[in-house]
Design a protein around this ligand. Sequence first.
Ligand SMILES: Cc1cc2nc3c(=O)[nH]c(=O)nc-3n(C[C@H](O)[C@H](O)[C@H](O)COP(=O)(O)OP(=O)(O)OC[C@H]3O[C@@H](n4cnc5c(N)ncnc54)[C@H](O)[C@@H]3O)c2cc1C
Length: 344
Amino acid sequence: MKPVAIIGSGLAGYTVAREFRKLDKTTALLIITNDDGGFYSKPMLSNAFALGKQAQQLQSKTVEQMAAELNATILTRVQVSSIDTNAKTLQSSMGEFEYRQLVLALGAQPIRLSMDGDAAQQVLSVNNLDDYALLRQKLELAGDHARVCILGAGLIGCEFSDDLTSAGHQVHLIDPNHLPLAAIAPTAVSQGLYDALTAKGVTLKLGTSATHIQQQQDSGMLVTLASGEQIIADVILSAVGLRANINLAQAANLRTDRGILVDEYGVTSASDVYALGDCAQYRLADGHHTLMPYVAPVMAAARAIALGLTGQATAIDMKPAAVLVKTPSYPVALMPPATSYQRQ
Ligand SMILES: Cc1cc2nc3c(=O)[nH]c(=O)nc-3n(C[C@H](O)[C@H](O)[C@H](O)COP(=O)(O)OP(=O)(O)OC[C@H]3O[C@@H](n4cnc5c(N)ncnc54)[C@H](O)[C@@H]3O)c2cc1C
């Protein structure tokens, strides 16, 4: 019998698989991922430095453990390159696979700012365990008090600023807005966070952005801001938002916007193809579609999609859920507006 196939082994892919296995213990389950398939909690990436956690310590289950737990075949470091929704097949770096139903749990890519200078390509982003390992490696090379420049004072940028400062590093946080979390928090909350981060030792450069990054002769990089100021950094981390992975869906003629459009059941414009997580743009009760790149929507969508995969079409029960901003200096719980498209 053809398997239920899931592309992606992040929180979305694995949560659907777990929910599906609660309902159906026997149908073949095929999970294809281009990472190593280990299970980890992505939200921990932005508060693990102060805890001294290595990348491997954040992985709670290996791919072998996941395969056993889910009674699934998991193909790792395999890239899916195209989908044929009529033939119900997909092409990958390991050849062609057939599916009975398909779940797209493809995640998102960090947005890269276009900047000048010979070190512009050295800017890092952290959206998975491999990225986190690279960031740790660069910081270790730079020493105990590395000079870190973080671009973007949204959720992720603020969380890393707090975390890396707690770990002993010297952080500059840069954002074109005049306060941190400006897109999603009330002014009083943003001001409170600004004061707490400043008191902790973070230097905030607001109302400006980085335009040019030049390698220094001795060590470090020279970051030039639009304001004309210059900062020396050993490590530059960009946290300016994510862009949903929609290319595969677009090429398969699925309906997309800023994410892969799904209806209230999590179904895309092709029958038997579902999408959830950071790649999906969910349909709200008022008919609008919105990205919801957070954990709680993944859980709600996974429960409904798992039922759909077993033939019990079920609407996603998308309840509003607060997102905790993991800044121990000033912990905040926020209701992200439904129209906020990008996790910053
Ligand atoms: C640093 C950080 C902190 C966060 N903190 C919080 C928080 O505190 N609270 C909260 O609610 N949310 C938080 N989030 C957001 C939350 O973690 C994400 O919304 C969620 O983990 C997304 O899961 P996903 O499975 O959709 O995507 P991903 O985890 O990105 O998984 C995508 C998967 O698809 C695979 N893939 C993609 N394309 C292909 C292909 N063509 N072929 C094969 N495989 C492919 C990838 O290898 C990967 O396995 C945070 C995010 C980050 C980056």
